[in-house]
Design a protein around this ligand. Structure first.
Ligand SMILES: CCCCCCCCCCCCCCCC(=O)SCCNC(=O)CCNC(=O)[C@H](O)C(C)(C)COP(=O)(O)OP(=O)(O)OC[C@H]1O[C@@H](n2cnc3c(N)ncnc32)[C@H](O)[C@@H]1OP(=O)(O)O
Length: 159
């Protein structure tokens, strides 16, 4: 298992994503630990993340899956290239498609565990599957298409 989350390697000037940016004070700070096969993340929803009494808001879960799957895609792409994460040229991805199946209501008050795997690693398209577990019960399953883009896409035109 990697000691550091892949998000630690995102460059400071672009690490402001609401889901995973370390420099977004109001963000979720999602972290992805890649072990060469599985991307793992944990998150304990806060009271404001409730959908209805006792259960987690589905949009929050989609956000967790989104950033964790993109993080998994980036970490796996560095691995596939035989390169250390964060080395230049940067490998960057955005979400092209996110498909989420809510299998069961997800309970509040427990740590959620996310496990993501690479289904397909293409030149530009990386397909990632992700399951969310609450107390070992899979409550959500998703498939994400991550698309590699040039890192300049993250910079403002004025920069
Ligand atoms: C370690 C250091 C790293 C530093 C790292 C810094 C990054 C630090 C910021 C992180 C940030 C995180 C972010 C969180 C995730 C967001 O929230 S990202 C924000 C939400 N997503 C967006 O805004 C994306 C908007 N869409 C687009 O910009 C463009 O449509 C896309 C997705 C880049 C694709 O456009 P394109 O370049 O014209 O793609 P195109 O050449 O047509 O297709 C390329 C491949 O992707 C597939 N594809 C394209 N679009 C789709 C689609 N919508 N559905 C399915 N497949 C698609 C194509 O089929 C094609 O596949 P192949 O033929 O190669 O097999």
């Amino acid at each position: 298992m990697s000691q550091q989350p892949i998000q630690n390697f995102y460059k400071d000037d672009v690490a402001i994503c609401y889901g995973c940016g370390k420099h977004n004070a109001d963000g979720l700070h999602i972290k992805t630990f890649w072990d060469g096969e599985i991307g793992r993340s944990t998150f304990t929803p806060r009271p404001e993340h409730t959908a209805f009494p006792g259960f987690v808001y589905g949009g929050l879960i989609a956000s967790l899956i989104d950033c964790h799957s993109i993080g998994t895609a980036i970490a796996a792409a560095y691995d596939a290239a035989g390169r250390a994460p964060g080395t230049d040229p940067e490998i960057t991805c955005v979400t092209g498609n996110l498909n989420v199946s809510y299998l069961k209501p997800t309970p509040m008050g427990v740590e959620l565990v996310l496990e993501a795997r690479i289904k397909e690693m293409g030149e530009r398209k990386i397909v990632v599957t992700c399951s969310v577990y609450a107390q070992d019960v899979e409550t959500v399953r998703a498939e994400t298409v991550a698309v590699r883009v040039p890192s300049r896409m993250f910079k403002k035109e004025a920069d």
